[in-house]
Design a protein around this ligand. Structure first.
Ligand code: NAD
Length: 475
């Protein structure tokens, strides 16, 4: 018995009937989404507090208001985004009409993680609805309270013939993925990203994958350590470090490390008090599994700041590790928690080399008073996004695309004496992007259109056989 067959059939029928195509319908869905956020803001904040011990401030700035501004932007620009885009023409098509039409894909699946369970579920939804798709939304089962609000309350605000929320975990997602969707938008770990991509490949369904980040942060000797420490600490410990674009580790000289450590300690104490455990501004780790994983990482290098943990609350103190070896687990996996290792390098060249020897990151940061240093890091590395002299502030700009940097390659390998073609996936940070108009474009097929004039056959007939050198000269 397929639990989703009826729902998916209903959504497909609505799409085929053209229900989601008119601009008025799309705008009504977006307005409904906005009303849901406004009318249930407190409920959402309570759910986020239950799931992640998230403060009202962090919930507001990183979940609710950011989603609301995406909705407002889409509502303001919807008709302009939907408009056919005229393109330049050649001599043979001067009298014709050539344009790109933005068409909805059809039935799309949005799969979300738990770390920003409102933002990362609803911001893709804004793009999918604005682009005129029918949508199945799969929130994360780990952010249980938020999932409940999304599954039980949100559908009242969006047309249910075109929209469904499917709660559940890997089993439900696996069953969903057996179906053919017209587009899949996934945010989560590289491990599950591979599962999603393989499932999509069976139907040749296009995907956007927003994956993980082990994001380097270079701190130059020429810097004000306290300013850098304030910014680093806020962005590393925001949402208890459970942020895909958080600075994951610092690269700096031993001298800068010595100046940075007291400044980081000062920032942490000012932000979270002498006892961060009792701070209302510091969250908790989402699950026992992640808590155990993070506690294991505290054994890497030497604890310079923090290091305390409490299993009963899944609490981990804002921590800084030093004397960390490149081969230790904390430098091998995405940390996704309130732990900041510092790795020493002797020069900017060594830092750039360190970054380039690893997987291309989701985000990259460089701090320096010297603009040339920041520009060199930008020019000589690659990453999904880059911010100089701050943390993930670039995310506040809906004029910038947000996503990873991926290469989908083909490698030839000998297998049983025969060359065998197999895909090699290097995109741990993901592929595709969204936010603002980029979301609308991600969820739209860009259809190439040429409308020719029905007459003029005499002129057009020059291209038909029998061919001759004279015809070639004219063309
Ligand atoms: P996850 O990959 O475990 O889960 C993401 C979603 O996939 C959830 O909805 C989950 O139910 C589903 N899922 C889990 N296992 C599955 C399976 N076997 N088959 C099918 N579906 C399955 O990720 P997470 O733990 O929720 O989130 C943390 C990860 O997400 C981190 O790696 C983080 O970097 C990444 N992330 C990336 C971004 C980004 O924008 N690039 C944003 C947030 C989080």
């Amino acid at each position: 018995m397929d639990p989703f067959a009826d729902t998916l059939r209903r959504l497909r029928e609505a799409f085929s009937a053209g229900r989601t195509r008119p601009a008025e319908f799309r705008a009504a869905q977006l307005r409904g989404l906005g009303r849901f956020l406004q009318e249930h803001k407190q409920l959402l904040q309570e759910a986020l507090a239950q799931d992640l011990h998230k403060s009202a401030f962090e919930s507001e700035v990183s979940e609710i208001s950011i989603t609301q501004s995406e909705i407002n932007l889409a509502l303001r620009n919807l008709r302009a985004w939907m408009k056919d885009e005229k393109v330049p023409k050649n001599l043979a098509t001067q009298l014709d009409s050539a344009f790109i039409r933005k068409e909805p894909f059809g039935l799309v699946l949005v799969i979300a993680p738990w770390n920003y369970p409102v933002n990362l579920t609803l911001v893709p939804l804004v793009g999918a609805l604005a682009a005129g798709n029918c949508v199945v939304l799969k929130p994360s089962e780990f952010s249980r309270s938020t999932e409940k609000v999304l599954a039980e309350v949100l559908p009242r605000y969006v047309d249910q013939s075109c929209f469904a929320v499917v709660p559940g975990g890997p089993q439900e997602t696996g069953q969903l993925l057996e179906h053919k969707f017209d587009y899949i938008f996934f945010t989560g770990s590289p491990r599950v990203g591979r599962i999603v991509m393989s499932a999509a490949a069976k139907h040749l369904t296009p995907v956007t994958l927003e994956l993980g980040g082990k994001n380097p942060c270079y701190v130059d000797d020429d810097c004000d350590p306290q300013t850098v420490a304030n910014r680093l600490a806020w962005f590393r410990y925001f949402n208890t470090g459970q942020t895909c674009v958080a600075p994951d580790y610092v690269l700096c000289s031993p001298d800068t490390q010595e100046r940075l450590l007291p400044a980081l300690q000062s920032a942490i104490t000012r932000f979270y008090g002498e006892d961060p455990r009792s701070s209302p501004n510091l969250g908790r780790i989402i699950s026992d599994k992640h808590f155990q994983r993070l506690r294991g990482l505290l054994g890497c290098g030497r604890v310079a700041i923090g290091g305390q943990s409490d299993e009963s609350e899944r609490y981990i103190a804002p921590t800084v590790l030093v004397d960390v070896e490149e081969t230790e687990p904390v430098m091998q996996e995405e940390i996704f928690g309130p732990i900041l290792p510092i790795v020493n390098v002797r020069s900017l060249d060594e830092a750039i080399d360190f970054i380039n020897r690893r997987e291309k990151p989701l985000a990259l940061y460089a701090f320096s008073n010297n603009k040339q240093v920041v520009k060199r890091v930008l020019a000589q590395t690659s990453s999904g996004s880059f911010c100089g002299n701050d943390g993930f502030m670039h995310l506040t700009l809906d004029s910038l695309p947000f996503g990873g940097v991926a290469r989908l390659g083909i490698c030839l390998r000998a297998h049983a004496g025969q060359p065998r073609v197999s895909p090699s996936f290097h995109g741990a940070s993901g592929m595709g992007s969204y936010h603002g108009k980029f979301s609308f474009d991600t969820f739209s097929h860009h259809r190439a259109c040429l409308l020719r004039c029905p007459g003029m056959e005499k002129i057009y007939s020059i291209r038909y056989p029998p061919y001759s050198p004279r015809k070639l000269r004219v063309l």
